[in-house]
Ligand binder design. Structure first.
Ligand code: ADP
Ligand code: ADP
Length: 228
């Protein structure tokens, strides 16, 4: 689904965020991206979403070099990718329903489709009863599940979650991971950037490890090698 070929990203200020990164993400996979702060995890996500372009190398999405996409194709790419952020990024003056509905309005879905799909996806993340609440009325865990619902409502092929449990307590983090595993089982590819190595080590999924922008070997600690 996604291939990075020798991707280097240097920001205008000279910061080398990624250096010669090559990997493949297959359809249906659940992959973690790990590495210390500043390792390049967010940059990797932004390159897939085409929020940034590589300085050198190529990012291929479904066989196409995303640097060469026309504006219409960029919209199509973004419709196939749902983003979940550490800081939720919900609109404070809109209800839960409206926050999720907006993602469908932007892609031009008719009202009858919105009326059907928003409650479906809210019930999937366990928040149907909060449809008319505002973000400030929700706990952090609930806000993150609204963010996930918004990412899922366009039925993306890929969900990118950037440090999604960074602002959650252990219990809410577990619930969010459970939901991500569930949508992955249902066929959605998941790429999750995280610092939470305890989660990574327990789940035994493929790991892309970065350090100062370079791919490195991920050494799982023996003490974590037990079943899920
Ligand atoms: P991570 O998500 O792993 O913390 P980032 O991708 O955010 O890593 O950052 C990788 C490197 O690129 C860091 O050195 C960071 O300071 C730099 N960087 C990230 N975004 C920008 C930007 N917009 N402009 C300049 N430098 C940036
Ligand atoms: P947490 O301990 O996970 O942060 P909270 O104590 O923030 O949870 O919230 C617990 C429950 O109370 C949640 O279901 C949340 O939706 C509800 N709640 C929290 N703040 C408000 C509020 N200002 N108005 C209405 N409901 C709220």
């Amino acid at each position: 689904m996604i291939r990075f070929y020798n991707v280097t990203k240097v920001y205008p200020n000279g910061a080398k965020a990624l250096v010669d990164v090559t990997f493949t993400l297959n359809r249906g996979e659940f992959v973690f991206v790990v590495g210390p702060s500043g390792a390049g995890k967010t940059t990797l996500a932004k390159l897939i979403y085409r929020e940034e372009l590589p300085t050198r190398g190529q990012v291929i999405f479904n066989g196409k070099n995303i640097a060469r996409l026309r504006p219409r194709e960029v919209s199509l790419l973004r419709r196939q990718v749902g983003m979940v952020f550490q800081d939720f990024r919900l609109l404070p003056r809109k209800t839960v329903f409206e926050n999720v509905a907006l993602a469908l309005e932007i892609t031009g879905q008719p009202w009858r489709e919105i009326k059907k799909r928003v409650p479906e996806v809210l019930s999937r993340v366990g928040l149907l009863s909060k449809a008319n609440s505002f973000p400030y009325q929700l706990s952090g865990g609930e806000q993150q599940r609204v963010c996930l619902a918004r990412a899922l409502v366009n039925r993306p092929a890929l969900v990118i979650a950037d440090e999604p449990t960074g602002n959650l307590d252990a219990e809410n983090a577990r619930e969010l991971i459970r939901l991500l595993l569930e949508i992955n089982r249902d066929g959605t590819t998941v790429l999750m950037a995280t610092h939470a190595l305890d989660i990574v080590n327990v789940l035994q999924k493929r790991v892309i490890a970065l350090d100062e922008g370079r791919l490195v070997e991920y050494a799982m600690q023996e003490s974590y090698r037990y079943g899920t």
